[in-house]
Design a protein around this ligand. Structure first.
Ligand code: PLP
Length: 399
């Protein structure tokens, strides 16, 4: 008879891996590391001569499967190959990518109305490391080109379209062409649009970053991010080593939640777009409303461009009531179905007041330059029945 191990050892022992049948759904690998059958196998995996996993900070089967899905979605129908890495947040995706690509003395060209966290990262983390940035209106290509011509150290062009919260749109193909003319790496934050609506890699960008926290997960129950790139050498040699050292990795639970959300991305986006368009049209003809920003409205300055480079116009809109800040505050406090919260892209309708929430650290004069007035209200339109969203907005305006 085989000698029995002690009770305590039995408690600790991992069951032998028994693969009965293939799981129908992606399992969550809650394993910090992976075991090798021999020292030779371990060496080969470490050297990259044999596929395999080592340590979950470097990747694991759940995380890698979800990264691959996001890369495939960004490359879909574009006749190109891409790979992806998942990160602990959208901010981790941005910081890892930029620290992987840039060194001290180099600089970034970007837009003024960037996601607030990205602007703060450029200013408070990268600038002290002597990685500078120039913020311009990227719709003015001449001005952007002047900066590129005059600052030979600009190595990277970073854009977001549509931009928060006025939904300004920028020409992805023109920006990629301009960036490449001056030897820049072109990076797009595709969080607002998702690959369902637009594919920056196909329009020339070298990298896409995501806050998967938003539409890709879609259910408001996970924080994570992704870096997608079409240059495999840069991904493997510049980005992945930085991700490992910064410890910016995603975990398998959050990756799994993103994976679950991705399954319904297309049908969610169709409904988000439908509801946002109906709501924007309703708001635009409402006498209490001063302005509506939605790329799907012919009155929006980015409408023609959005029609050209996007499949539909997205789920985000913003508007201002007549009566400015006071009217806006009353409106937000009276909402019942819609929730006041500083995120976006969830299945339910979310409302935010940029001046007091997402853009509170931006000086008022700067904010106003980008149309972020005191009374502006941002809506992330959910997938509820359209008439219920409109009824809630209507009762909150009238109350
Ligand atoms: C939320 C967001 C980010 C940051 O993502 P986190 O997951 O919160 O770190 C970056 N870009 C855009 C456009 C966002 O909306």
């Amino acid at each position: 008879m085989k000698k029995q191990i002690g009770f305590g050892s039995l408690c600790v022992q991992e069951p032998e891996e028994r693969r009965y049948t293939r799981p129908h759904q992606l399992p969550i690998y809650a394993a910090s590391s992976f075991a090798f059958d021999s020292i030779e196998e371990g060496m080969n995996v470490f050297l990259g001569n044999q596929p395999g996993h080592i340590y979950s900070r470097f990747g694991n089967p759940t995380i890698d499967a979800v990264a691959e899905k996001i890369a495939q979605l960004e490359a879909h129908g574009a006749g190109l190959e891409a790979t992806a890495l998942l990160t602990s947040s959208g901010m981790a995706a941005i910081s890892t990518l930029l620290l992987g690509l840039l060194k001290s003395g180099e600089a970034i060209l970007t837009q003024g109305n960037l996601y607030g966290g990205a602007t703060a990262l450029f200013r408070d983390v990268l600038q002290p490391l002597q990685i500078g940035y120039h913020a311009v209106n990227l719709a003015q290509l001449d001005e952007a080109e002047r900066l590129l011509r005059e600052n030979g150290n600009i190595r990277l062009l970073y854009y977001e379209t549509p931009a928060n919260p006025t939904l300004d749109c920028f020409d992805m193909a023109a920006l990629a062409e301009l960036g490449h003319k001056y030897n820049c790496i072109v990076v797009a934050d595709n969080t607002f649009a998702t690959p369902y609506l637009q594919k920056p890699l196909q329009s020339g960008a070298d990298f896409v970053i995501h806050s998967t926290t938003k539409y890709l997960n879609g259910h408001g129950n996970s924080v994570a991010g992704a870096i997608v790139g079409k240059n495999e050498e840069l991904m493997q040699e510049a980005i992945l080593p930085k991700l490992k050292l910064l410890g910016a990795n995603c975990n398998s639970w959050d990756a799994w939640l993103v994976h679950n959300g991705l399954k319904t991305l297309e049908i969610r986006m169709e409904r988000h777009c439908h509801n946002a368009r109906r709501l924007a049209e309703w708001l635009e003809q409402n006498p209490r409303v001063e302005t509506v920003n939605y790329p799907g409205l012919p009155s929006h300055p980015g409408h023609a461009l959005a029609r050209r480079q996007m499949k539909d116009f997205g789920g985000m809109l913003s508007f201002e009531l007549k009566g400015g800040l006071e009217a806006g505050k009353k409106f937000m406090n009276r909402l019942k179905l819609c929730t006041l919260t500083p995120t976006l892209g969830d299945v339910d309708t979310l409302v935010l007041h940029p001046a007091s929430m997402s853009h509170i650290s931006v000086p008022r004069e700067v904010r106003l330059q980008y149309g972020i007035t005191d009374g502006l209200v941002r809506i992330s339109t959910g997938i509820e029945n359209t008439e219920d969203i409109i009824a809630d907005v209507e009762q909150a305006m009238e109350g």
